[in-house]
Design a protein around this ligand. Sequence first.
Ligand SMILES: Cc1cc2nc3c(=O)[nH]c(=O)nc-3n(C[C@H](O)[C@H](O)[C@H](O)COP(=O)(O)OP(=O)(O)OC[C@H]3O[C@@H](n4cnc5c(N)ncnc54)[C@H](O)[C@@H]3O)c2cc1C
Length: 469
Amino acid sequence: MIDVLVIGGGNAALCAAITAREAGSSVLMLESAPCEWRGGNSVHTRNLRCMHDAPQDVLTEAYPEDEYWADLLKVTGGLTDERLARIAIRDSSECRDWMRHHGVRFQDSLSGTLHLSRTNAFFLGGGKALVNAYYRSAERLGVQIRYQAEVASLELEGSRFVAATLRDGERIEAKVCVVASGGFESNIDWLREAWGPPADNFLIRGTRYNMGVMLRALIDAGADQLGDPTQCHAVAIDARAPLYDGGISTRVDSVSLGIVVNRDGFRFYDEGEDFWPKRYAIWGRLVAQQPEQVGFSIIDAKAIGRFMPPVFPGERADSIPELARKLGLPEQQLVDTVNEFNAACRPGSFNHAVLDDCVTEGLTPPKTHWARPIDTGPFYGYPLRPGITFTYLGVKVDEHSHVHFGGQASPNLLAAGEVMAGNVLGKGYLAGIGMTIGTAFGRIAGAQAARAAKASGERVQEAIRAAIG
Ligand SMILES: Cc1cc2nc3c(=O)[nH]c(=O)nc-3n(C[C@H](O)[C@H](O)[C@H](O)COP(=O)(O)OP(=O)(O)OC[C@H]3O[C@@H](n4cnc5c(N)ncnc54)[C@H](O)[C@@H]3O)c2cc1C
């Protein structure tokens, strides 16, 4: 029988599998995706949020534990387990040597809309390169990997893991199991339970394989759950993005430099409420609440060069009526909205790097910073849709990554990554913390799984010795 079964094929699964193998366990990893699509949402990532007390290679200045913790407390509004959060935060200060040892490389942070050089270490080649490096390392160490191996159900005795059954009916026993199969963000039927029919117009920013099958299985088996099942992290992305795997390049970062209108040509929210890195995550939800879940970011020539261009070029026109026609918006209403906005803009000193004094007056909703008339052609428009990044529902674990059932830790069922991230990030988002949680608890789960497998093996030996007399 295999020692450690790891379900999933992204960052958390790989960290768990490699660590368990390093500790001497036999390890089998089951990834539901085919090899060419392996790696889950982890392939789309760019960076990891790291605590550090002084400048470290790619990280500038310091980002001490208490500041990291305070940032987390703020975004979650207290929906976080301090003990587990501090474990992840501390691990982030020392995990990079281990990551490098397994082939991950870091690079100086990119400049652009999100300024993160102090807090986040960027992966050279992005998450795809990280995942490929881990797979190479896992294979070299002798981790057995199977692709297109979706686990359909779990067999438990009480809270004790017995076996996993694949979609094709194959049953696999193991001494210990680590579930690292992500959230349920790819499962539009499940998203519809919370959002109703609007969910049909959502796009999934990451993998199509995070269907939440294991999350559902754990919850159905009585695992303690946490996180609001109706909530997800969603950003406004280009409406022309593919249904799955559009990734980071489909995000539209022009919002704060212009106006956003809905399908009917009306504005619906303050585009200049705060710096874009602090606001981009609310726009998915805002667009989701509009008719047909669509919005349009409208800018003029003055905005060009001030934001990271998305992968699809915007529609370009020499006049607002022409832009309306190209975007399929009601022509007169868009002209009226732009004229009304332009007339409400008060003169100020435009500065996109500060919360400047360019505001509208007497306009509902207002634009409270960076409000400049849209009057200089050519004009550009980007269609927007809600893009789901991840869901918050997960299972409760303890500091050793054991899944809890009725407040008690399972002896041999562990969880890591997005499937338990709600223990640390109950709501909100802090850029780079998904990989922090997955790396910390993936490695903890791997080490703990190896220990539990060894203990279980020793118990079996003892029982045999006792039976033989
Ligand atoms: C576009 C985008 C950009 C992001 N950028 C960042 C970033 O820069 N930094 C950051 O920290 N976070 C980022 N995130 C969030 C980050 O991707 C996740 O927090 C992280 O990847 C979760 O890792 P994981 O291993 O838990 O899940 P995943 O990497 O999603 O892996 C889950 C795996 O489980 C497999 N699986 C699912 N169900 C089954 C099953 N039943 N049987 C077998 N296998 C199964 C999937 O195929 C997949 O391989 C981003 C997310 C997206 C979508």
